[in-house]
Design a protein around this ligand. Structure first.
Ligand code: ADE
Length: 351
C-alpha cells in the first residue's frame, strides 16, 4: 500500500504548521483531558464559538474527576448553545470510566481511548497523537478534504470503505512528531484547503504535489453522495408566563434533545383559536394570547418551522397535571440553571 505523503511532503507540512498555526487554547497544553474536551467540542462547532465554552468548562471541571462528579443539569448548562448534547453526556460517561477503571488518569493507548464512550477513530487518533505523539492518524472532515484533493481522488469520502483505506495509507505517513502532523492537516483543511470555492492554493504548502490543483478540479473534489433531504416539521411553541414564572418541560430521555428543558411545544401550526383548550388541558388558565414572530431551526436531520405564542396565564392556576412533566420556573432561576436548547433561541428574549 502506498503512503499518503512521502517524507519531504511531511517535512513541508510540519514546517508550514510551525510558522502558520493559530494560537488556540488547546494548543497550549499536552493534557490529554483538555485535548479530548477540545476535540469533542470542535466536532460540530466552529473554533471561535468553542473558545469561551472550552474556558468555562475547564474552570468548572479542571480534571476528569470534577467532570465525572458534575450533576447532569450543570453539565447540560455548561453545554447550552453548543448543540449535539449527546457529546456532553458521552464525555461524562467516559470520564466516569476513566475514574473507575484508570484511577482518573486518561489512558494513553489509541486502542484504550477508542473503547471509551463517544470516542471514535478520529477522536482517539487526535488525543493519542496530540497528547502522546503516538503515531496514529486522525481523519476528520477537514482532513478528508485535504487528502481527497491532494490525491485527486473522486471516491466518495462519506463511504466507510474510503475512510478505512485512507486511514491505512495516512498511518504510513505519520512521523515521530505525530501531534503536529495531525494538527497540520486539520489546520490546512480549516484555513487553506477550505470548501465552497475559497481554497487558497497559492499559499498551500502542498501546492506542488496536489493532483486536484494540477488538474483544476479543486472545486469538484471532494465528492460526497447527496445527503437525504432534512425532514421539515411544523411546530407551535408556547411561552406560558404568569408574570414571574415561565413554564418549561423536560424532554424524554431518548431521541432529539434528550433530557433537555424546552418551551412547551406541539407538532403542527396551531391557530390562536385552538390554544385555550390546549392550555387548559395543561392545567393553566389563559388570560391573554399574543402571536410572536416565526423562527426556524436546523438540526442535522430535521428542520423545525416554528410559530409561537406568548400566553399570559393566571398565577392561581398552577395545579397542572402531573403527567404533563411541566415545571413553572422563576425567570432568573431559568436563566441561571436550566439549559434551553438553541432551537428556541429566537424566543429566549421573551423569557
Ligand atoms: N478542529 C478539530 N480539531 C482541531 C484542533 N485541534 N485545532 C483546531 N481545529 C480543530
Amino acid at each position: 500500500m502506498e503512503a499518503f505523503f512521502d517524507k519531504p511532503t511531511v517535512a513541508d507540512l510540519l514546517l508550514w504548521y510551525a510558522s502558520n498555526k493559530r494560537d488556540l487554547p488547546w494548543r497550549r497544553t499536552r493534557d490529554p483531558y483538555c485535548i479530548w474536551l477540545s476535540e469533542i467540542m470542535l466536532q460540530q462547532t466552529r473554533v471561535e464559538a468553542v473558545k469561551p465554552y472550552y474556558a468555562r468548562f475547564l474552570e468548572v471541571c479542571p480534571t476528569v474527576r470534577e467532570l465525572a462528579n458534575l450533576p447532569e443539569e450543570r453539565l447540560l448548562k455548561l453545554w447550552e448553545g453548543l448543540g449535539y448534547y449527546s457529546r456532553a453526556r458521552n464525555l461524562q460517561k467516559a470520564a466516569r470510566v476513566v475514574v473507575e477503571q484508570y484511577g482518573g488518569e486518561m489512558p494513553r493507548a489509541y486502542g484504550d481511548l477508542l473503547a471509551l464512550p463517544g470516542i471514535g477513530e478520529y477522536t482517539a487518533g487526535a488525543i493519542a497523537s496530540i497528547a502522546y505523539n503516538e503515531r496514529v492518524p486522525a481523519i476528520d472532515g477537514n482532513v478528508l478534504r485535504v487528502l481527497a484533493r491532494v490525491s485527486g481522488s473522486r471516491e466518495e469520502i462519506t463511504k466507510d470503505d474510503t475512510k478505512r483505506r485512507w486511514r491505512e495509507r495516512l498511518a504510513l505517513s505519520v512521523p515521530a512528531q505525530a501531534g503536529d502532523f495531525t494538527q497540520s492537516l486539520i489546520e490546512l483543511g480549516a484555513t487553506v484547503c477550505v470548501p465552497n470555492g475559497e481554497a487558497k492554493c497559492e499559499i498551500c504548502p502542498l501546492r506542488e504535489v496536489c493532483v486536484a490543483r494540477r488538474e483544476g478540479s479543486i472545486d469538484e473534489i471532494p465528492v460526497r453522495s447527496a445527503k437525504k433531504p432534512r425532514r421539515i416539521e411544523a411546530r407551535t411553541v408556547l411561552i406560558l408566563q404568569d408574570g414571574e414564572r415561565t413554564a418549561l418541560c423536560k424532554r424524554p430521555p431518548k431521541g432529539l434533545l434528550a433530557g433537555l428543558y424546552e418551551l412547551p411545544n406541539r407538532p403542527g401550526h396551531l391557530t390562536a383559536e385552538e390554544l385555550p383548550s390546549l392550555i387548559r388541558s395543561l392545567g393553566f388558565e389563559p388570560l391573554q394570547i399574543q402571536r410572536l414572530e416565526d423562527a426556524k431551526h436546523i438540526f442535522s436531520h430535521i428542520e423545525w418551522h416554528m410559530i409561537a405564542y406568548a400566553v399570559r396565564i393566571s398565577p392561581e392556576f398552577d395545579g397542572w397535571h402531573d403527567t404533563s412533566g411541566m415545571l413553572l420556573v422563576q425567570n432568573d432561576d431559568l436563566h441561571q440553571n436550566y439549559a434551553i436548547p438553541s432551537a428556541f433561541s429566537a424566543y429566549v428574549k421573551y423569557l
